[in-house]
Design a protein around this ligand. Structure first.
Ligand SMILES: O=C1OCCC/C1=C\Nc1ccccc1
Length: 475
């Protein structure tokens, strides 16, 4: 079940060492600690909230506290600290009084919701006054939501760019879901993170080669098949035919996959020769014969993307002919398309599409593949994701808790009980308990070990949809 992924399935060990000592550090008679998670800003002005459900199901839901796990933690921490700091009594209390379920309440904005930064996204509080120390114990694993959130956000901002160019240069946006293909599996830090990041990308698109994303979507979002791919060559399946055999290798691709899409990497030796003489002459008849039953997707994989894409399109246009679409941009016949899977990122996308547009080519003709930039080139600071305590009850008295470092005002935290409210279509975080719980956009998703809301992937995708109307009208 992949439980050994983190080297443990003992949630008592899924935390930072210092937290093991925190039960002794709160004021005497603390009964409630309430904390919240936010993106304080960063690269993108809004974030797609996504991935908390994975963490809850993977680590916190169910009877996660057992006698054996308490014993294992007690032994390991005695060795790790060289002294007895472990809260054995506190964990035994959870085992005995809560039957191993975690006495916490987590409220969150629905998965897939796009929220401007500096707003509360989820809150955590203890439901048993004896377990005030538990709220922040799980900050560590809950804050890992930064990763799926940041992948989903970065992916969605690329979808907006592609949608914009499609609305300007294509007959429709129908092809949008397939326009950014996940090439990132191998560039991820682990199989587990590739599944998490891969499914985060699929909130916005349906093209992926990251198979771990399919299994993660099945297991954690109830989605039977969250993404799709097509038969495609890699350099080894071309270069093993030898440089003289490249034509045979290409012909073999056409014959092995006579209908549907087939992608063929064509830069092994000389992409200009491959497009001009091989695809454009020696194999031209077999390419044309595919008609609208089988599309050849030509894939460069080197060179300056904006220049390569346009040069390849110009060659293919000369060899196979072009037509103009309803927006007045050039199209190739239906049996020819391109995918650019090298050097693709949020930063490079617009330059490539702008270059195509300037040369009169429709965005309809090109899909993108993205790897490291899609799933790995980000960290918790990209969207400044943080978890802070905002409220406590001590000696029965409510206290608004905050930090406000004179050395960084950007790190000032929110105070008191928080609600996320929709005021005239805009999200607003209301602090200090001044909000109206009935208007809170955050809903209880976890309570006392039970998952109270299980989002389907359709729901998540619906929540995250980009505003296409705006795109259509801006063409
Ligand atoms: O190059 C790659 O690097 C690693 C990930 C997969 C991959 C290519 N796949 C592909 C899929 C559909 C159309 C074209 C290529």
């Amino acid at each position: 079940a992949g439980l050994e992924a983190a080297g443990t399935d003992n949630v008592l060990l899924v935390t930072d060492s210092y937290k093991v000592t925190h039960h002794r550090q709160y004021p005497p008679n603390t009964s409630i600690v309430c904390s919240y998670f936010e993106s304080r800003g960063g690269k993108f002005p809004s974030t797609v909230f996504f991935g908390l459900q994975y963490i809850l199901k993977r680590w916190l839901v169910g009877q996660v506290v057992t006698k054996e796990k308490i014993q294992e933690a007690k032994e390991l921490y005695a060795l790790h600290f060289g002294q007895d700091v472990f809260n054995e009594e506190g964990w035994n209390y959870i085992l005995e009084h809560h039957n191993g379920y975690l006495p916490l309440r987590i409220k969150a904005v629905p998965e897939g919701t796009v929220v401007p930064t500096r707003n509360v996204l989820f809150t955590v509080e203890n439901t048993d006054p004896k377990c005030f120390w538990l709220t922040n114990y799980f900050e560590t694993v809950l804050v890992q939501a930064w990763y799926p959130m940041t992948v989903a956000t970065n992916s969605r901002y690329q979808k907006e760019i592609i949608a914009q160019y499609l609305s300007e240069t294509a007959d429709s946006l129908a092809g949008l879901p397939f326009k950014l293909h996940d090439f990132g599996f191998r560039g991820c830090s682990s199989v587990e993170s590739s599944g998490i990041g891969g499914v985060a990308h699929l909130v916005n698109f349906v093209g992926t080669d990251t198979i771990s994303a399919l299994t993660t979507a099945r297991k954690y979002y109830g989605c039977n098949v969250a993404g799709f791919s097509i038969p495609a060559a890699e350099h080894s399946t071309i270069t093993t035919w030898g440089e003289e055999g490249e034509k045979e290798a290409f012909r073999n691709m056409l014959r092995q996959f006579p209908t549907g899409l087939v992608a063929c990497v064509s830069d092994s030796y000389n992409i200009w020769h491959a497009c001009e003489e091989v695809w454009g002459e020696q194999l031209k008849d077999e390419v044309v014969a595919r008609g609208d039953q089988g599309t050849l997707v030509i894939r460069p994989d080197s060179g300056e993307p904006a220049e390569i894409v346009v040069k390849v399109l110009d060659i293919l246009g000369r060899k196979f002919g072009t037509t103009l679409n309803s927006k007045g941009f050039k199209m190739l016949p239906p049996y020819l398309r391109m995918i650019q899977g090298d050097g693709i990122s949020y930063e490079s996308l617009a330059g490539i599409l702008e270059s195509m547009k300037k040369h009169g080519w429709s965005t309809d003709l090109l899909a993108f593949g993205s790897g490291g930039a899609l799933l790995q080139r980000m960290d918790r600071d990209t969207q400044k994701c943080a978890f802070k305590c905002s409220y406590a009850v001590i000696n029965g008295k409510e206290v608004n808790v905050f930090k406000d470092p004179i050395t960084d005002r950007g790190k000032t935290s929110k105070k008191g009980r928080l609600t996320l409210e929709n005021q005239d279509g805009n999200f607003v975080t209301v602090q200090e308990g001044k909000g109206d719980p009935a208007k809170d956009e955050m809903k209880v998703v976890f309570e006392n070990g039970k998952l109270l809301k299980d989002f389907s992937f359709e729901e998540v995708r619906r929540n995250a949809e980009i505003d296409l109307v705006k795109k259509e009208n801006s063409s």
